[in-house]
Design a protein around this ligand. Structure first.
Ligand code: PXP
Length: 252
């Protein structure tokens, strides 16, 4: 199949983690966002957590006010966050679990049965023209549940795959990649836009980038970690290049 272009969303949460370690305003996550865009990020992602452990409300406001690329607001599905999202009006909202009981065993939102409370929230955001995605496990039934809830986008959780890569467990890597491929193909087949993320790094991104239905990867921790050694500009460029190499395998 012809693959759509693959977008890179850079998650700048952990710049704020370092800032908050000392209080104050340095390093500034919004400055990091501008640098990431100059280095080739197609969008910026930030997670305003209920406990504000990294990104703060004012960071979201500044990101929305200053960026010329799409802002992806990661958030828990709570009335407080919905209200903030409505006010800030980002390009997209990615609904993620923050509490143990909202997760499946592996870590995405638990949306099979019992997630009907998400439906009005998804609708409310969609009514404002905000693109809604659900951060979920790469399973076929979950793709069906996401569509049933009215979400136009899913973000496939790549955490289990990345753990397998880190452990060097080839059999598990193949198994996890197959789960991602099947979910992406099924999800795209029923009309969902497919994103992926969590834990991706230079040594794990290429096979995910090669899944043709995936339109966007959201990557944070490994990029901010690499930036300590190479600078953010170089870290984003290297990731972009690795993604392009992976995607080139689709056409090959
Ligand atoms: N996508 C979602 C939905 C996430 O919650 C996170 C982590 O905040 C990421 C992507 C990025 O993960 P990482 O920081 O491990 O690259």
């Amino acid at each position: 199949m012809k693959a759509p272009p693959l977008r890179l969303g850079v998650n700048i949460d952990h710049v704020a983690t370092v800032r908050n370690a000392r209080g104050g305003i340095h390093p500034d996550p919004v400055r990091a966002a501008h640098l990431a865009v100059l280095a080739g990020a197609d969008g910026i992602t930030a997670h305003l957590r209920e406990d504000r452990r990294h990104i703060r409300d004012q960071d979201m406001e500044r990101l929305k006010g200053e960026l010329f690329v799409p802002l992806n607001f990661e958030m828990a599905a709570t009335p407080e966050m919905i209200e903030i999202a409505m006010r800030i009006h980002p390009h997209a909202c990615c609904l993620v679990p923050e509490k143990r009981e909202e997760r499946t065993t592996e870590g995405g939102l638990d949306i099979i049965g019992g997630a009907s409370h998400l439906r009005p929230m998804i609708q409310e955001l969609k009514d404002q023209g905000i693109r809604v995605s659900l951060f979920v496990e790469p399973e076929i039934q979950v793709m069906e549940a996401a569509r049933e809830l009215g979400a136009p986008v899913v973000e496939l959780h790549t955490g289990t795959y990345c753990e397998a890569v880190a452990e060097g467990d080839e059999a598990r890597v193949s198994h996890e990649l197959e789960r991602l491929r099947r979910a992406a193909a099924h999800g795209a087949g029923i009309g969902l836009e497919i994103h992926a993320g969590h834990g991706l790094a230079l040594d794990s991104v290429r096979p995910v980038a090669a899944i043709p239905q995936i339109a966007e990867l959201n990557i944070g921790h490994s990029l901010i970690g690499e930036a300590i050694f190479t600078g953010l500009d170089e870290a984003v460029r290297a990731m972009r290049a690795a993604m392009d190499e992976g995607r080139a395998q689709v056409a090959a």
